[in-house]
Design a protein around this ligand. Sequence first.
Ligand code: GTR
Length: 323
Amino acid sequence: MKRLSKLAALMATAVFAAAPVAAVEIKAADVHPDGYPNVVAMQSMGKKLEAESKGRFTLKMFPGGVLGDEKSMIEQTQAGGIDILRTSLGPVGTVVPEVNVFNMPFVFRDEAHMRKVIDGPIGDELLKKITDSSANLVALGWMDGGTRNLYAKKAIRTPADLAGQKIRMMGNPLFVDTMNAMGGSGISMGWGEVYSALQTGVVDGAENNVPSYVSANHFSVNKFYSLTGHLIIPEIFVYSKVKWAKLSPEDQALIKKLAKETQMEQRRLWDKRVAMDSARLKAAGVTLISDVDKQAFFKATQPVRDKYGAAYADLIKRIEAVK
Ligand code: GTR
């Protein structure tokens, strides 16, 4: 009897030692399709994580908005249904109002300015603000979202050209206010609905960076791309706080380290993609409007900066001071 139980104990130890450590499948999501720089960068982070954790982690990507629009995906991430979400900062402003400083029109001078800000202490502070907020998200890193320009079925050069034009904006009242101030009529809807809305005339135009304009095929219905440059919004990838709490401190540190690399990898992929898509637009016969009265749009949107920036005057001064 004694010998038998000893044997049983030995067997139990052997079984326990051979049992694989619990594997974690990370569910990642993006509104952009496979092949888009942000999706590729996130998949690459998944591969590195798999290698460095010796296969304990795998990342499964749900691209193309299959899990819903960004507003709904943010909610799913907050609830733990999605582990990692790559999203524009635009809709994040509805759950962490302070990030709206980055969402304001003409807050960055150009993309180089935006990159310097997100790579420096202000960028780190904002990530921490998101993590420390009640939004239930752990902000891991930034991605590049280029410059957003207006596209419509006609050339837009001045605020007057936008009169009567219904323009799709991202889901955050700040953007509807921005479009209304610019002279058009802002309508918010999820990214996945925009193509058919443009096609059927529910909206006359929209605004986005070149890779989004191309990958969503919007250039086939709206052939005038006006370089208004009204928004330069960085993107972000966040981990569900509910899920984050289940990871060991070592795994959290590993993911944070890889996130920093992902931020830079996406940027390289982004720059290549912008060059490629810009060439594609020329070949597709899209008219690029560069003689836009940007000063007029800047002036027209001052009330939006006043309204949303009032509480963050110091932060805005610090952003302006970044050279
Ligand atoms: C893109 C951004 C997406 C999404 C989209 C939109 O530039 O990468 O995350 O926010 O814009 O306008 O909805």
